[in-house]
Design a protein around this ligand. Structure first.
Ligand code: C2O
Ligand code: CU
Length: 655
């Protein structure tokens, strides 16, 4: 069974165990021996299922079972063994003799309910607190369970409790110690590096930084280099041109092709914003103004490894551009390929409402450009999927033999599945980076993570329509070789999903999974009640914390870094590091067998463990976050900082 299924099974078993133990206790108290005995058997079975699922889940990694092994299972085991020993034989006897009175005895009811309370602690911890269990949460939960048992014993079962005072005192002390540990955070934490050689230095440095500034990034103290000093050059590379753009953010009502009206936030009154194009080596200069987007705006160049001062993160690399203000970005178009830009101020709402556009850089190489080249940002406006600026299919005529490139850009918060019917094609680039020897594809689904890009290339066939669909239902593009030859091709919903980790062929890379790595970081993604920027909420957490309390990852220029991302939750997290592209080393322990994959956004699905690596060669302060931007807004983001880089900007939003 896969880890995500085991996680769900474990959750169901833990809820079932809790319900059955509590039900057994309640029916026993109500003098219904048959029902109580049946529920008792169900409780034992559910508890055994739990134990089995935790053991199986442990195979996927300690992160998946940590709080279960250290807390939930010991509580469940102790109480359910006691309940079985004390209540079990009496229930059996009661069913045999049909005597109802004995089942209501405290020696039956109290242990059954105690097992129930302990069983409840499991799903409560898993759902409300998540990873990791700490001494603090462990002690508080244990105290609450013990207290509930005492109340049940004394008040509900109305029986004398030997040593009640001592027991109450012990429970209270346990709870107080637990609360105390939460208020005074321990110096040791699980948030940072593995026990790698360099890990301990990184760990200490991170703590120092985190404590110095409250949210993990050094503020300008006169020492170190301020991040806004890392700016792009003001000349193109030799032979390149200067490409100037002006973008004005403003609110506008957009009318889609279907007539649907959208209250949008736009660049230049349009969605998507103006296309930014350049050739490799050009200097891109974009002057951003804000007319009336009251929260402010910035431009972040998603997937483009610009100098840190051009990265567009408010409160970190610049101040948000408020109405009436402006900011000019300048960087060299060094990377060819398909990228996009978007605001990074209240980015969940801002991007959703339309503050994004495409960035496409043509390679300098000799290769002839395609005859038809479409950049297709795919976005959902209040439930309607829009390709480019259309909520109707983009229909083109293209004669047989025409070369076509479709650049798919997922600007939404969740993945889209794309299918292309009517022609064999190749997935030639992912996240702007060309794949190595991509093979011909047909009848497959391509799952594109939020924020990611796929370039598809093919030659128009002699007959029939070529149809690009999103999510098997929305026709986005229809290319026809002859006028009128329409048709939307086949039903694509049964097509299997392409696994990128087995596509194309291997090629040498600048570094490999063998390292050696200078630093390692592990990010365990989960949900839990936490403070995100001071607001208590059911946050999306990283190692048990929400932004801005997730310790900053500190790196040094030149380091080779390994990042392990573990998804313990039930939602997909498209992980995105600014300023660097990462090489995929493995997913669930298996290395890619095809092309090297250099990504800037990778979907970590429930139960998955990804290992990626990157060279720290772009000094600055960078966001490292989930690109489901509502998750980021609810805590799932942190900073990656180069040693010695500081920020003069303030504001904990960064998102
Ligand atoms: Cu497109 Cu911070 O990201
Ligand atoms: Cu997420």
């Amino acid at each position: 069974m896969t880890a995500d299924r085991l996680m769900v099974l474990d959750l169901l078993a833990s809820v079932a165990a809790a319900a059955a133990w509590l039900g057994a206790g309640a029916t026993a108290a109500a003098r219904r021996p048959r029902a109580a005995a049946a529920l008792f058997v169900a409780a034992v079975l559910a508890s055994l299922t739990r134990i089995w699922s935790v053991v199986a889940l442990a195979g996927a990694g300690w992160w998946f079972v940590q709080e279960k092994v250290t807390l939930a299972l010991p509580l469940l085991l102790i109480t359910s063994v006691a309940a079985t020993a004390l209540a079990g034989p009496r229930l059996v006897a009661a069913v045999r003799t049909r005597a109802t009175a004995p089942t209501a005895a405290p020696v039956v009811v109290v242990p059954l309910l105690a097992a129930g309370y302990a069983a409840v602690a499991g799903p409560v911890h898993a759902l409300l607190l998540g990873y990791p269990a700490t001494w603090s949460t462990g002690l508080v939960i244990t105290a609450v369970v013990a207290f509930a048992v005492l109340v049940t014993w004394r008040v509900i079962a109305a029986a004398p409790v030997p040593g009640l005072r001592v027991a109450v005192a012990a429970v209270t002390a346990t709870a107080l110690v637990g609360v105390g540990l939460a208020v005074v955070p321990p110096t040791e934490t699980t948030t940072t590096g593995d026990a790698a050689p360099a890990g301990s230095t990184a760990l200490m440095a991170q703590h120092r930084t985190a404590q110095d500034t409250g949210h993990g990034v050094g503020h300008d103290t006169g020492q170190g280099r301020p991040v806004d000093g890392f700016r792009g050059p003001d000349t193109p590379a030799p032979g390149g041109a200067i490409r100037r753009f002006e973008l004005t953010a403003r609110t506008a009502t957009i009318t889609l092709a279907s007539g649907k009206r959208v209250e949008a936030w736009t660049f230049d009154g349009q969605v998507p914003g103006p296309a930014i194009t350049a050739a490799q080596g050009d200097l891109i200069e974009v002057r951003l103004r804000n007319a009336d987007v009251s929260y402010g705006v910035t431009l972040h160049w998603h997937g483009y490894d610009v100098p840190a001062g051009e990265d567009g993160v408010p409160g970190l690399t610049q101040d948000a551009v408020m109405p009436g203000q402006e900011f000019t970005y300048r960087f060299r178009a060094d990377q060819a390929g398909t990228y996009w830009y978007h605001t990074h101020e209240v980015s969940d709402e801002g991007v959703r409402k339309g503050l994004y556009g495409t960035l496409v850089v043509a390679p300098r190489s000799a290769a002839a450009p395609e005859d038809v080249d479409l950049a297709l940002p795919v976005h959902t406006f209040t439930g309607t999927v829009v390709f480019g600026d259309q909520d109707r299919p983009i229909v083109r005529q293209a004669s047989p033999g025409t070369s076509v490139r479709l650049r798919l850009i997922n600007t939404d918060n969740t993945p889209h599945r794309f299918t292309l019917s009517g022609v064999p094609y190749r997935l030639v680039a992912v996240d702007g980076d060309d794949l190595h020897e991509p093979g011909e594809l047909a009848r497959v689904g391509l799952r594109l993570p939020a924020g990611g890009r796929y370039d598809l290339a093919f030659t128009m066939p002699a007959t029939g329509a070529v149809v690009l669909r999103a999510d098997d239902r929305v026709v986005g593009v229809r290319l026809t070789p002859v006028d009128g030859a329409a048709g939307d091709g086949e039903d694509t919903s049964g097509w299997p999903e392409l696994d990128l980790l087995g596509y194309g062929t291997p090629a040498p890379t600048a570094f490999t999974a063998a390292g050696p790595f200078d630093r390692r970081f592990t990010l365990v993604l989960d949900r839990g009640v936490s403070l995100a920027g001071g607001r208590p909420m059911y946050a999306h957490t990283v190692n048990g914390h929400a932004f801005p309390d997730i310790p900053t990852q500190l790196v040094a220029d030149g380091d080779l870094i390994k990042l392990t991302v573990v998804n313990r939750g039930l939602e997909t997290h498209p992980w995105h590091l600014h300023g660097h592209r990462v090489l995929v080393l493995s997913r669930d322990g298996r290395a890619p067998t095809g092309t090297p994959l250099w990504l800037d956004t990778f979907d970590v699905r429930p139960g998955e463990v990804w290992e990626v690596a990157f060279r720290a060669a772009n000094p600055g302060l960078w966001m490292n976050h989930c690109h489901n931007l509502s998750h980021a807004d609810m805590g799932m983001m942190l900073h990656l900082a180069y040693e010695g880089v500081t920020t003069p900007f303030h504001g904990a939003h960064s998102g």
